[in-house]
Design a protein around this ligand. Structure first.
Ligand SMILES: Cc1cc2nc3c(=O)[nH]c(=O)nc-3n(C[C@H](O)[C@H](O)[C@H](O)COP(=O)(O)OP(=O)(O)OC[C@H]3O[C@@H](n4cnc5c(N)ncnc54)[C@H](O)[C@@H]3O)c2cc1C
Length: 435
């Protein structure tokens, strides 16, 4: 992989997401050679993917070149590569561009959509975990309306304008809200010759409330906001199958819909060589101790979504969110320095800063450790926090300008079919969804 020898110990980080980047930044000025490997050359700001899917933002404004994050640090190396295997016996990783030795290995590979083994939903439904997937969804939504305009078959027309979003967590809620705003503000102007009032946005949640990880008040308010926007919220219903046209559930309710978005679960991205049963917990996460060390494997650490760190408050592991990943990355950076210097590592303590979700214009819910609020103020807080954590000054400016523009003009101008998406064509679909 063409990495020079160094007198410093080598830390190899797999994954340039929230955790990997936070760790690399921490180590960049320390006495360590840092090699970051990612299959993409950019960091993906996943919390704003739904805005790419719904034409509110261009994909470039939520992606940032990994090389630029750590420009100018002589001990930092980035390699664009897919890691295929970890060989813990001889401390090497195997990638599609070669092998590399590590002194310390950090797995920060994040998570992927969990279809819970349902192949039909996986192949016929849409996921929204990567930028290519979000662009596919954007194309499909717009193509559906173009097709709805042309068909004389009323049932098919309704199915093309019927959207089923599965999963009432923040992703499902935010996507449903954004689609409802498009229906209200954009479709009637773009398609004056189509009865877009018939478009339906269905949000299906298997539990008895939306946003189950947030307070009851936040759940109630989010549901109310969605209903005000015209979203049909279905609770206590489990989607069981999808043949590309019909969504089946565990009740008598069925939906004839050309679009199903699966936002009902994620699982950790595993790696060959670190996949034995004793290393993994539920959701494929690597069990780690309070210093991020993978339990039972020497010199291998895991942070972020892929790491299962159980604490008293979070007995099933820390939430799969950006904050735990960032905080763990920073903490592990300090601990690796301690390890290299031969001093004891310090246990990680997670500082819960709360969670939030936006439903649409002037509508958001925020749960902070001491305060809970909903509505306009929450929406401003949501925007500020997302701008603050977005990587790159240019991205912040672009996103801010887009939001102001969209707010004033009630618009989303990135509603472009740049690369058409053919749902029925499996081969093409797989090529386009490659991540
Ligand atoms: C739609 C959506 C909305 C979200 N909204 C929020 C939100 O509002 N607030 C919040 O806190 N969290 C949110 N999250 C969750 C948050 O994005 C994740 O918890 C966070 O990204 C986890 O960080 P990470 O560093 O563990 O992994 P990631 O950020 O996912 O990064 C993992 C990296 O590893 C790389 N990688 C994986 N496998 C390999 C391999 N084999 N070889 C090389 N590279 C590899 C990937 O390319 C990626 O760059 C959202 C997630 C999604 C999908």
């Amino acid at each position: 992989m063409n990495i020079p020898q160094s007198s410093y110990p080598r830390v190899v980080i797999i994954g340039g997401g929230f955790g990997g980047i936070a760790l690399a930044k921490k180590l960049s000025k320390k006495e360590a050679q840092v090699v970051l490997v990612d299959k993409h050359n950019y960091h993906n700001f996943q919390p704003l993917l739904y805005q790419v899917s719904t034409g509110g933002l261009e994909p470039d404004s939520i992606a940032y070149p990994i090389r630029k994050v750590l420009q100018g640090y002589p001990n930092f190396f980035f390699r664009l590569a897919q890691v295929e295997e970890v060989k813990t016996d001889d401390k090497r990783i195997k990638t599609n561009i070669g092998e590399i030795f590590y002194d310390y290995l950090v797995v920060a590979t994040g998570s992927e959509t969990n279809f819970f083994g349902n192949k039909n939903i996986e192949t016929k439904g849409m996921a929204m975990k990567t930028i290519p997937q979000s662009l596919n969804l954007r194309s499909l939504i717009l193509e559906n309306f173009e097709q709805a305009l042309l068909t004389d078959d009323l049932h098919h027309r309704d199915a093309l304008m019927n959207f089923v979003i599965v999963g009432g967590g923040p992703t499902g809620v935010e996507l449903a809200g954004a689609l409802a705003e498009i229906k209200k503000g954009i479709l009637p102007k773009d398609y004056p010759d189509l009865d877009t009032r018939r478009a339906q946005i269905n949000l299906v949640q298997s539990g008895d409330r939306l946003l189950p990880a947030m307070s009851e008040k936040a759940s109630e308010k989010a549901e109310k906001f969605l209903e005000e926007l015209g979203v049909h919220v279905w609770k206590n219903i489990r989607v069981t199958d999808y043949d590309g046209k019909r969504v089946s559930t565990n009740t008598k309710t069925i939906f004839d819909a050309e679009t199903l978005v699966w936002a009902a679960g994620v699982k950790a991205v595993g790696l060959k060589g670190l996949d034995s049963e004793e290393l993994l917990s539920s959701g494929n996460r690597l069990k780690v101790d309070e210093c991020h060390q993978v339990i039972g494997v020497e010199n291998v650490f895991a942070i972020g979504d892929v790491a299962q760190m159980e604490t008293e408050r979070f007995p099933h592991g820390l939430p799969m969110m950006a904050q735990p990943a960032i905080q763990q990355g920073r903490s592990l950076g300090d601990n690796l320095v301690r390890l290299i210097e031969g001093t004891p590592m310090k246990p990680f303590v997670y500082k819960d800063k709360g969670s939030m979700a936006t439903v649409g214009r002037n509508k958001a819910v925020v749960d902070m450790p001491k305060f809970r609020f909903q509505g306009v103020f929450a929406w401003f807080v949501w925007m500020f926090v997302h701008l603050y954590f977005l990587i790159g000054f240019r991205n912040r400016v672009v996103v801010f300008i887009n939001w102001v523009y969209n707010y004033i003009r009630f618009d989303r101008e990135a509603r472009l079919i740049i690369r058409p998406f053919k749902k029925q064509n499996k081969v093409e679909r797989d090529t386009l969804t490659q991540d």
